[in-house]
Design a protein around this ligand. Structure first.
Ligand SMILES: CC(C)(COP(=O)(O)OP(=O)(O)OC[C@H]1O[C@@H](n2cnc3c(N)ncnc32)[C@H](O)[C@@H]1OP(=O)(O)O)[C@@H](O)C(=O)NCCC(=O)NCCS
Length: 173
């Protein structure tokens, strides 16, 4: 299976925040934003895997700045690292007003998608990611620790087996 570059599947979505997207305070409702993040993250993962994917987990979505009615948001998604049948996708959200002013980064999260075989609907192998830039390399290197953390938190890995996290803390002391 051929390795693929991050740029091969990097994906972007733009949305204008309409009244239907907002909460009673006139700001974008968090659930609507998470839906768009999931969609563009899934598109990115599917392009990388060249397969249908399902969302396995989402790490740490925090809402630091409100997004208002009439704002324009740009959601960027890029693969960080592929494992066996899963791929981690970094999703970032930027908001600006309609004139392109007051541009700010408002959210980010790491999504994990699993590729499924069309016939069996079972997980299938995904291509490895080739990091080329320094940022891509940093996200690639740290992905192994985020993976361990999410597998421990979801009860799929014993804390004792989380060797990368243990090494990280051992190196700090
Ligand atoms: C995700 C899913 C396919 C995993 O199935 P499974 O039978 O547990 O398969 P496996 O044990 O072989 O795991 C497959 C991959 O999923 C990953 N995975 C499973 N649960 C995970 C979780 N909570 N967080 C991160 N990765 C997870 C595993 O680490 C493995 O990755 P790897 O092959 O790269 O090592 C299955 O749980 C599923 O279909 N979930 C529902 C997905 C869905 O409907 N999403 C939308 C929700 S509305």
């Amino acid at each position: 299976m051929n390795e693929k570059k991050v740029a091969d599947s990097a994906s972007i979505m733009t949305e204008l925040i309409m009244p239907n997207d907002t909460n009673p305070l006139g700001n974008l409702m968090g659930g609507n934003l998470m839906r768009w993040m999931d969609i563009i993250g899934g598109v990115c993962a599917a392009k990388h895997a060249e397969a249908h994917v399902v969302t396995a987990s989402v790490d740490h979505v925090s809402f630091t700045r409100a997004i208002e009615l009439g704002d324009v948001i740009t959601i960027k998604a890029a693969v960080t690292r592929a494992f066996n049948t899963s791929v981690e996708v970094y999703v970032e959200v930027f908001a600006a007003n309609i004139k392109g002013h007051e541009n700010r980064r408002s959210n980010h999260a790491y999504f994990t998608f699993v590729a499924l075989d069309d016939d069996s609907k079972k997980p299938q192998k995904v291509p490895a990611v080739i990091p080329l830039t320094r940022d891509e390399q940093e996200l690639y290197d740290s992905a192994i620790r985020r993976r361990e953390l999410r597998l421990v938190l979801s009860g799929r890995m014993k804390p004792a087996d989380a060797s990368e996290i243990r090494n990280l803390f051992a190196n700090l002391s």
